[in-house]
Design a binder for this molecule. Structure first.
Ligand code: LLP
Length: 438
């Protein structure tokens, strides 16, 4: 068990969370290595080791750190990156470039150049001028790029609007208009610098129903047939994206096999029937690898009781370390780390310390009577918490600690105040403390 309560205190991957808060200070991201490895093991059992020519490319936007990339490498996982910054981070710790897939709807020329120089394994083309840039770069460098096309399948998904990506009205993917898609595919197939590998889709995130993946897959398979018919080209690879939902409060997390088994069944059936070799299959889970592997620890500060209305419990972090409640209305659950077994009978609202009324982490949470100085542990914050953190109000970004079977170590140091100003430049003319008179 990753979460345990011993003598009333919450333990996470064997570590006493009150002691972690004491040792590393708060706010603190705590990430369980055991839980991440367990997710990878689940994927190995039901996917990678079960079907030939399959890969997992962890979508590192969910949590991108050197330690995480190294963990992926040790576990034999590929990764997906979506920016020069993520790519640089992975390469900085010697992550093998050929195991990197590069996504993104507006990759810059410089980012593509960097990816081609490093020799990333796949570039997922997600725009109608991207191919020109890739070709130009490859021509000058005498390289060949392995390319997949991200299509917009035009399916509905049941998730927050901001994290639905597969519907027709989306900034992501190449539209399925035959006058746009097929000439663009033909160009890739006939280009000497491009190895056109196949298609990619990503329908959305935090999904608990497999229907949009299955619908998107049907659409994708239709285009596989068309590419064979029109260009006599058999695709070598399909990437089915990520999006598998996790538990934040009471959502039931489905096993990976719930999504993967029916998709693989459909794929194997389709290619057997068409008499084509089944292409390699890649998935890109992000959230489902790291979300539940993370908790956030905060220290309780001011408590404001508005009689007959609401009790605001302020913590020393907020929307700067977890933007998800403010941005998506995301729900979380939490306990008081040192009194995790006490009956939760008081309804409170957990708010952050930013100068925003929207800086609410958890509305109407039941807790035991809270006191200033208590440590609050918020669950399932491992995905898109640290990676979306900001310095709003000049708050330093908290430290990240990896925990494993009772041991803990810092993998990202807490920012200092000095870090907050290290890129700032004070123009000389303003250094003179002279007041303008008018
Ligand atoms: N592949 C592609 C091309 C993606 O765009 C994404 C997520 C993933 C894979 C991974 O999806 P996941 O398995 O994590 O659901 N910041 C938002 C989530 C944005 C997801 C964007 N794309 C949040 O905090 O909910």
């Amino acid at each position: 068990m990753i979460r345990e309560i011993k003598n009333g205190t919450l333990y996470f991957d064997g570590c006493n969370t009150v002691d972690l808060a004491e040792k590393y200070n708060t706010p603190l991201y705590v990430v369980s290595e055991t839980e991440i490895v367990r997710r990878f093991d689940e994927l190995k059992d039901c996917f990678v080791n079960r079907y030939e020519r399959t890969r997992v490319a962890y979508a590192s936007k969910a949590f991108s750190t050197l330690a995480m990339y190294k963990l992926c490498q040790r576990e034999g996982m590929c990764i997906d990156v979506v920016s020069g910054g993520e790519l640089f981070t992975a390469i900085s710790c010697d992550f093998p470039a050929q195991n990197i897939e590069f996504n993104g709807n507006n990759k810059s020329y410089e980012e593509l150049e960097m990816a081609i120089d490093y020799g990333v394994g796949r570039i997922i083309v997600d725009g109608l001028t991207e191919l020109d840039m890739i070709e130009e770069i490859c021509k000058t460098k005498a390289k060949i790029a392995n390319v997949l096309y991200r299509i917009t399948p035009g399916v509905r998904s049941d998730s927050h609007d901001y994290i639905v990506t597969g519907r027709k009205d989306s900034k992501f993917g190449i539209p399925l208009d035959e006058h746009i898609l097929y000439p663009y595919i033909e160009r890739a197939i006939s280009s000497p610098c491009i190895d056109f590998k196949g298609f990619h889709f990503h329908v959305g995130s935090q999904l608990h129903d497999n229907s949009s993946h299955l619908q998107a897959l049907d659409i994708l398979l239709h285009h596989v047939t068309e590419v064979k018919r029109r260009f006599d080209c058999e695709v070598q690879e399909l990437n089915l994206g990520g999006g598998f939902g996790v538990t934040y409060t009471d959502e039931e997390r489905k096993p990976f096999s719930y999504f993967l088994e029916p998709m693989m069944e459909k794929i194997e059936g389709f290619f057997a029937q068409e008499g084509m070799k089944r292409p390699a299959i890649v998935i890109e889970p992000g959230r489902s690898i790291v979300a539940e592997a993370g908790i956030s620890l905060y220290r309780v500060g001011q408590i404001k009781n508005i009689p007959d209305l609401r009790t605001y419990v302020s913590v020393d972090g907020g929307m700067t370390d977890n933007i998800r409640p403010a941005l998506y209305g995301a729900k979380y659950s939490a306990v008081i780390a040192g009194r995790a077994d006490e009956p939760a009978e008081t309804e409170v609202t957990i708010c952050g310390k930013c100068c925003e009324s929207g800086d609410i982490l958890i509305k109407d949470l039941l807790l035991p009577k809270v006191e200033q100085g208590d440590i609050l542990a918020v669950f399932s914050t491992g995905a898109y918490g640290y990676s979306m953190a900001s310095n709003y109000n000049k708050n330093p970004i908290p430290a990240v600690v990896f925990v494993k079977e009772g041991r803990s170590e810092v993998i990202v140091k807490r920012q200092t105040y000095q870090d907050l100003i290290k890129n700032e430049v004070l123009p000389e003319r303003l250094t003179v403390a002279e007041q303008r008179t008018r």
